[in-house]
Design a protein around this ligand. Structure first.
Ligand code: ADP
Length: 425
């Protein structure tokens, strides 16, 4: 029904009733009593209206504190509408608060940095990722100009040029960030930072790996192709031909080792190739490592094995590959007559495999880089001994998968000690 009618019809009925009542009084008692009663009735009505008005005025000062009366007459409609408005308002307020809390939480979890600035780049708000990326602190830096906080010439140039349709690649606080500035509303701008440090590092490692692997494969291939060219262009006596074939065979084997090691590494890194853990018979595994090392040494070294530690859980093949690489390195980097000791012993964490040699040793500046792919202290020695430069990288990856770690102590000219620590079964 029309809200005006709802309001005015009862008013009209009440006025009419009062007029009829006044008329009846006039007819029954005369004009004076009728006027007196009517005036008293009007005064009562005015008093009631004023009382409700004053209650409304108090309530409006602080709507949360008190209750509105139920009201009388038209006031019932007014008060009930006000009640409804307040209830709706409270509901909206609650929804808004909840939505804001959800928005804040999402912004806190966002890996990208978000900074809200006004049109002249004064900071209004930023999320924790932006604090980490740009070294900001919301409570400390609020109201400061962003160009005073992000002190970088590249960033300044970007702001001066104002070509915000293009992102900026910014190197800041040892991070590589992709920065976007997006104008929003009329007088605000959002600055978004995306951290690509890790992606860049991986990309660089991938590029280096491809360059190194190509280089490692090209060297033996060049030798093989060279000998093949000689064999095709001139008649060789049987002894020279045999010597060439032997050298070609060696280079071919080198390529084979390299490819095998690259495949092992890629398998170890692959997420599709999870660790299949089982109980490892360490004694049996280390006996194999010992006999491989003795075969490689061909009697040039004294090699011993002590097994005192417990069995562990892990992948026997991967552990054989890691332990075998350490033992073969000890043989390859120890001059003839040297001594190599392989030890399996109990440790506070579980067990340790220690490989000690009396070989050429390693200067301290190289030690932290030895597990990098293709890193060698002496390239020519590594090649002479059929090294691929991937052995310790394989060891590192196997240990990562087994929750273990490698520590190296060495002294140039004296010998080295490689210790693998592994958790117990
Ligand atoms: P490589 O196939 O060249 O041996 P590794 O990754 O196994 O590659 O080892 C990396 C480098 O660490 C080697 O080139 C060598 O310089 C050094 N190295 C490893 N083990 C020993 C060791 N027992 N004694 C001296 N140097 C070692």
């Amino acid at each position: 029904m029309n809200p005006h009618l709802v309001f005015w019809v009862p008013v009209a009925i009440r006025m009419a009733a009062m007029a009829v009542g006044g008329g009846v009084l006039w007819w029954m008692f005369g004009m004076v009593p009728a006027l007196v009663v009517s005036l008293l009735a009007l005064a009562t009505i005015v008093f009631v209206q004023l009382r409700y008005l004053s209650q409304l005025s108090f309530w409006m000062d602080d709507p949360q504190s008190g209750r509105l009366p139920d009201g009388w007459g038209e006031w019932t409609t007014v008060f009930s509408r006000l009640y409804r408005m307040r209830r709706d308002d409270e509901k909206n307020q609650k929804e808004l608060t909840e939505w804001l809390a959800r928005f804040r939480q999402a912004m806190h979890l966002l890996p990208d940095g978000v900074v809200i600035m006004d049109d002249v780049l004064f900071l209004e708000w930023c999320n924790p990722a932006a604090e980490a990326h740009l070294g900001l602190r919301h409570d400390r830096d609020k109201g400061m100009r962003v160009t005073n906080l992000i002190r970088s010439p590249e960033f300044m140039d970007y702001i001066i040029l104002g070509r915000y349709d293009q992102p900026l690649t910014l190197t800041f606080r040892e991070r590589k960030l992709i920065v976007h500035i997006i104008p929003f509303e009329n007088r605000r701008q959002i600055l978004v930072t995306h951290d690509v440090t890790e992606t860049e590092r991986n990309e660089m490692m991938r590029r280096d790996f491809i360059a190194n692997a190509s280089h490692e494969l090209r060297t033996p291939l060049t030798v093989i192709v060279g000998f093949l060219e000689i064999a095709l262009s001139e008649e060789l006596d049987p002894a020279t031909r045999l010597a060439h074939l032997k050298l070609m065979m060696e280079q071919g084997q080198r390529m084979q080792h390299l490819i095998e090691d690259m495949l092992t590494l890629s398998r170890l890194e692959s997420v599709d190739h999870p660790l299949r853990s089982e109980r490892v018979d360490v004694k049996k595994l280390l006996d194999r490592v010992l006999s491989d090392a003795r075969a490689l040494s061909a009697g040039k070294h004294t090699i011993s094995l002590e097994v005192n530690g417990p069995d562990i859980s892990g992948s026997p093949d991967e552990l054989h590959s890691a332990f075998g690489n350490l033992a073969s390195n000890a043989v390859r980097y120890t001059p003839a007559g040297g001594e190599i000791r392989l030890k399996w012993q109990r440790s506070s964490r579980g067990a340790q495999f220690v490989v000690e040699d009396t070989g050429i040793g390693i200067s301290p500046e190289h030690i932290s880089r030895l597990t990098e792919r293709f890193y060698r202290v002496d390239k020519s020695r590594s090649r002479e001994t059929q090294g691929t430069g991937l052995g310790l990288a394989i060891v590192k990856h196997v240990l990562l998968r087994h929750g273990g770690n490698l520590s190296i102590t060495s002294e140039a000219g004296k010998g080295s000690s490689f210790t693998v620590s592994l958790p117990g079964a």
